[in-house]
Design a protein around this ligand. Structure first.
Ligand code: FPP
Length: 262
């Protein structure tokens, strides 16, 4: 990994950034190329952003690499994305290890070809000692299917006597998700100008800050990433509560219209 020349780094960085990498097809079409070329170029952006996230010491970077819905694309495109994914993992694993990066996958890997599933599991194992960036790939993933899996796991735990229905809370739902160790994303980036979540981490995104850019994923590089992080640093996250108001004196609170008696 080369050193990314960040001139200014925002003071307040998100711990977990999630990305919907969109616009590969349009990037290719605009250049008169086939869609697969867009995905290939997109893999280069993956390398650049993983490198930047590791250098900025983010805790986690989650990339939406292949959705449940993407299985409905032409077979050739599905194959090409799967190949790029497994190639990326195979080619980068030594570099990822050198940089102390851990790999996690969320999604239904049972739908992948057995050899690909195995290669991914082996790389997860190979990188399991990483204590730096947690690179999470969402593969064969959709938010609703993940919630369905969580409910099935919870129902099974109840049948086995490990849980009771009374124990169901937001925390227990979290425990039964694909990766219970995952903290919610602080920032979601979606490229290519589309303004939707597309079934991505629906449970985890309840209070995630959203950032949309017109840049197509294959053109997205570390400076675009930094721009998103800088905008995040300016957001005022209140989680439905009120901004902290300074207490002026005992019994009197600051308010936008002067002071009020408490
Ligand atoms: C969305 O663009 C992108 C995908 C469905 C695939 C993303 C895959 C990669 C970037 C390749 C490798 C991934 C890794 C992690 C190495 P789109 O095809 O929907 O674009 P469009 O909306 O312009 O058609």
């Amino acid at each position: 990994m080369s050193n990314t020349p960040f001139t200014t780094v925002p003071s307040c960085l998100p711990r977990h950034v999630a990305i919907i990498m969109d616009g590969n097809g349009r990037w290719a079409e605009r250049r008169g190329k086939i869609r697969v070329e867009g995905h290939r170029a997109g893999a280069k952006s993956v390398r650049a952003v993983v490198e930047a996230a590791a250098e900025l010491k983010l805790d986690r970077l989650t990339l939406f690499a292949f959705s449940d819905e993407n299985w409905q694309r032409p077979k050739m495109e599905v194959e090409a994305i799967m190949l790029l994914l497994t190639e990326y993992i195979a080619k980068e694993k030594k570099e990822l290890k050198k940089n102390n990066i851990k790999l996690t996958v969320i999604g239904d890997l049972s739908r992948l070809a057995a050899n690909r599933h195995k290669a991914i599991q082996e790389t997860i194992e190979f990188l399991s000692g990483g204590t730096g960036l947690n690179l999470t790939l969402a593969i064969s993933y959709s938010g609703r299917a993940e919630l369905q899996r969580a409910m099935t796991r919870f129902a099974k735990a109840c049948e086995d006597g490990r849980m009771t229905s009374k124990e169901l809370s937001a925390d227990t739902v979290h425990e039964f998700l694909d990766d219970p160790t995952m903290n919610d994303p602080d920032l979601l980036i979606r490229t290519s100008g589309e303004l939707r979540l597309s079934n991505f981490m629906l449970w985890q995104m309840a209070y995630t800050e959203l950032y949309f850019t017109d840049v197509l994923w294959p053109d997205f590089r570390s400076q675009d990433f930094l721009k998103a992080l800088s905008q995040f640093a300016e957001r005022d996250r209140r989680y439905g509560k009120l901004r902290e108001m300074p207490v002026l004196e005992i019994g009197r609170l600051a308010s936008p219209i002067g002071t009020i008696d408490a």
